[in-house]
Design a protein around this ligand. Sequence first.
Ligand code: ADP
Length: 483
Amino acid sequence: MNILIASSEAVPFAKTGGLADVAGSLYKEFRYMGHNVYLVLPLYRRIKENFSLKESEIEISIPVGEKDFNGRLFSYNDNYLFIECDELFDRDELYGTPQGDYEDNSVRFIFFSRCILEICKKLNFKPDIIHCNDWQTGLVPLYLTILYKNDYFFKDTATIFTIHNIGYQGLFPASDISRIGIGWEYFNPEGIEFYGKINFLKAGIISADIINTVSKTYAEEILNEESGFGLDGILRKRKERIFGIINGIDYNEWNPAKDNFLPAKYSYKDIRGKSVCKKELIKKVFSSNVQDSEKKPLLGIVGRLSAQKGIDLVIKAAPKMLSSGARLVILGKGDEYIHRELEEMQKKFSEKVSLILGFDDQLAHNIYAGVDFFLMPSKYEPCGLGQMIAMRYGTVPIARATGGLIDTIDDYEPLICSGTGFLFNDYSHYAFLNAIKTAFCIYEDSRKMKNLISNVMKMDFSWKNSAEKYIDMYKYALKIKKN
Ligand code: ADP
């Protein structure tokens, strides 16, 4: 199958969150399965600095409103494609700074979306499937139904639009319609209008052949007013076109038996290395190394610091959570106000909380391996990768029962000692603390804890199953397209 994955981030090139893992892993799996696949990304500064890319002769000029933007195609290992336009992408960050989004994000991703279609033509690559991801590429399916509607080149191309997080929709002023290059007739509630603004995510939802999201539960949740962020109505109209496929994790990148970032390697057959990782992590991130502290539970968080992640519950739960000698390591980057709140908490519990504000892949590996419990008290969680990575490293998740967390964590049942984590329902720090309490009780019973670690490590979160489901979905999209 000819597949083009269009994404605004992908490992190993540029990452702010799970989308990068998913796009990068799917590309690798499809290649492995023998498909003819390209992955296309904007050429951000960090990619230029860290990879030696091959420059091509292919140039693309796209009008965005009054102005023409010029891009050039670069590649890496032939099938990773990058669109260079320094004016738009040669920046420190992908989408904005902690102070806010880049003001020209609409221009940046209008340009990128048009380029995706133009490079297919320039490369003479006729995709069976264009797989778009999140609002940044939401315009691609729309363009195919409007500007490229009668373009013979794309007549057999089907589009998939994956919603990785419906909370991020790409909202821009109505006047940007001229930049998009389509008429005002598309600016209405059935089209891309969203309460007076343009909504790029909605563009993908209304025009893709198939919409999917990253877990079965989340695919159901977004159909409800509570979790649909205003798009539940339009999604319900396309209900029969919506699928949910759980993400996997890259088993080569995330493997405690082969992870060179770790001070000691281990597997479920011999988990001794995990306690070495814990000891070393404590030494690394805590200035005061209280004796025997490695005997107490060590909790960890690695993630984007946004309201979605339930950091407010962590802050409220902290006094009780840390009262018994437990410690907490947080690695994250995100909204400035959350940075400040966490700094306050860290000051209050300076001996017990280690806070690292930033993005650090190596430290993330060491936290997944070194902590006993991984906290994900998310308000909502489309899929969540953190809990799966944690389990791969024998770290037990304590998480809110929402979205993909429900689909990947089996709530621990103390009476029969079965389960793979601790779930709670209500979005309250009391409920969160109850789950933590149960977890700490199990921690005290070393036999049960060992058993639990071994159970979580045996879970299979590899991409193989999900990648096959994606291919089935692609085939279905092609069938729909033909009829
Ligand atoms: P989301 O996509 O909502 O950000 P996920 O749990 O799906 O959350 O994926 C987060 C991914 O990003 C995981 O691979 C996690 O390890 C990684 N990550 C998030 N924040 C950081 C950080 N500050 N440093 C290193 N890795 C991070």
